[in-house]
Design a protein around this ligand. Sequence first.
Ligand code: 4AD
Ligand code: MG
Length: 464
Amino acid sequence: MTATRIIEILRNSQPDETVTIQGWVRTTRELKEFTFMEVNDGSSLASLQVILEPSIPNYGTLVKQLGTGASVQVSGVLVSSVGKGQRIELKASNVTLYGEADAQTYPLQKKRHSFEFLRNIGHLRCRTNTLGAVMRVRNACAAAIHQFYQERGFIWVHTPIITANDCEGAGELFTVTNFNLNNIPRKKEDQTIDYSQDFFAKHAYLTVSGQLEAEVMAMAFQNVYTFGPTFRAENSNTSRHLAEFWMVEPEMAFCDLEGDQNLAEAFLKHIFKTVLEKCPEDMEFFNDRIDNTVLATAENIINNEFGRITYTEAIALLEKCGKTFEYPVEWGVDLQSEHERYLAEEHFKKPLIVTNYPKTIKAFYMRLNDDDKTVAAMDVLAPKIGEIIGGSQREERLEVLERRIIEQGMIPDDLWWYLDLRRFGTVPHAGFGLGFERVVQFMTGMGNIRDVIPFPRTPQSAEF
Ligand code: 4AD
Ligand code: MG
């Protein structure tokens, strides 16, 4: 008999059905006449209650072995539950024990563990309620993202992880090399590494963004998106930064900044709406246990238009709001997370899109505005998180782009292929990048970004 997932049983099954389940024991409670056992299989937050009666084969030995963490298969008949908390439970007729988990050494106890503690047992933490719910919501978010773009005819393109360019120009690159670290060939004169001897015969890095390659693809397919891992060696030990994170980057030909903002807003609304529909129990759990504003925030996003202001207006608002910030504001400075959060949490009380930032604080590829001072950039700022999306209309004019590359201290020849896109059939185009973990964090209310990705990579930590 094939096993049924517990979520199916809890949602759809009726008393008297015969079923088999497979999963891991959460708890057992031995009473005089029988034993209660909670089994979880990862398909839902709720476990299925199993009743073990002494009539089942090996009862005496089994109840001693079925501790928290043990893996089992249980067959039996479903019965209506008399106890509160569940509608249905399973009366076991047969139990197979796959693997015991020694109660003395199994790190997950019945009690509540701190997230810090759980990070040290990354190989086991997804068996807990909270991390389990996070990973299911993460999965639903990923599915919603693909659904959104696929329904709109966007092509999912796979951009490289190893690349020669620093898209953001921020120097936060991890270098890729096949040199044996003990035997790095160096140029005699200056002791710098001689990359001509290396695998790619030049500098190679882990990508910080798939955008430039996505632009290549948009110039062939019009509307494309990437969804893959990106890497940043920024030494920011915060609750919102990872060294390895996933990014979703749509890129659209024949699109301007206005179209870009409209897509970003529709996109976030779609993700929230879909996850609420797909994971109602998990979302309620977050609202009850993690952050009691999670459901209201989701409704707010789905039902209200995002705020939209220019950078210049944002600075004016911050200057006259009367708050003292750690980083003072004046026109020209980059918005810090305290400023972003003030705007989203206290002023707008909902997500907002800030556009047209000074060119000096943004990347070389953003389209220069007619004022010659600002670029057609946009950031989506969310309450509690700050920047969740960063994007722009791209500079499609060859001469302007070459000038901007030089202004930013970069070398146009390094980007000859990118400039070619402006030489041959250039069009106005725009796109953005959504930080996938930031959206999962925003949706679940989880305080630390390390707890919304299965295997977080942060400074001084990459356990396995
Ligand atoms: O604003 P960013 O740097 O934009 C780009 O990389 C563009 N090339 C995207 C594009 O236009 N196609 O990064 C985009 C988003 C940020 O808004 C943020 O949500 C997330 O990526 N992000 C991070 N998330 C987790 N950890 C980090 N270290 C992150 N850095 C950026
Ligand atoms: Mg940004």
